[in-house]
Write a protein that binds this ligand. Structure first.
Ligand code: ATP
Ligand code: MG
Length: 207
């Protein structure tokens, strides 16, 4: 048995919101984790993937997690000028944190996409996977997809029912763009950071 249990929560966090924080806290409680590391994805300069810069997304994640001493934020992906693959990130973390068991946390939408990630079979061997319910994706669909992934890639994924919050970063960005309030969907400090730095005012609405 490894002595520490650490959760990894990857995402664009563009911006981080209460949906992310609630599922992280739920996994922390249920699996008795020592820490959860939030890892904002990098933003390779040649790709226009995210709306806010890596630095803004990292700072918003830091503000959002300030009040929880078990939540930390890592710059492991944003400091990489190339696109980061989860497989490489986890391998790097395993080298840094000895005697630690890793739990990779995703929402139901992200787990369904796992077959498109780099080397799913290898990844499933490196850490435990926890998929958390998310509004808009039925339990049956998630279960079907998880069963197929487990069979095809010879791994194990745990499905967890957590409080369902119908919150997405896409909706929050659209609210700022359209001058509508996003209060109570994200931490107040993050809301203030967005307003102060005029984030999410440009570009067209997304779906
Ligand atoms: P976007 O709308 O830009 O895709 P998002 O709200 O999906 O943003 P991401 O940064 O893409 O946020 O998500 C990071 C991780 O958090 C993913 O695994 C995603 O499935 C999960 N997640 C995000 N929001 C929720 C939510 N409300 N409930 C459960 N899981 C969520
Ligand atoms: Mg998403």
């Amino acid at each position: 048995m490894k002595s520490r249990k650490v959760g990894i929560m990857g995402g664009t966090f563009d911006p981080i919101h209460l949906g992310h924080l609630v599922i992280a806290n739920e996994v922390l409680n249920i699996f008795k984790l020592d820490e959860i590391i939030f890892i904002p994805s990098g933003n390779p300069p040649h790709k226009n993937g995210t709306k806010a810069s890596s630095q803004d997304r990292y700072l918003m994640a830091t503000l959002a997690t300030l009040s929880n001493n078990k939540f930390t934020v890592s710059d492991i992906e944003i400091k990489n000028p190339e696109k980061s693959y989860t497989l490489n990130t986890i391998a790097e973390l395993i080298n840094i944190y000895t005697d630690t068991e890793f739990y990779f946390i995703t929402g139901a939408d992200a787990i369904i996409n796992l077959p498109n990630w780099r080397e799913p079979e290898k990844l499933l061997k490196l850490c435990k996977f926890i998929a958390v319910s998310r509004p808009g994706i039925s339990k049956e669909i998630v279960e079907e997809n998880i069963a197929a992934i487990e069979k095809n890639f010879n791994g194990n994924i745990e499905l967890l029912q957590a409080p369902m919050l119908q919150i997405s970063s896409t909706d929050i960005r659209n609210r700022f763009k359209n001058g509508k309030s996003a209060k109570y969907l994200l931490p107040e400090s993050v809301e203030q950071y967005i307003i102060k730095n005029n984030l999410y005012l440009e570009n067209n609405n997304e779906l």
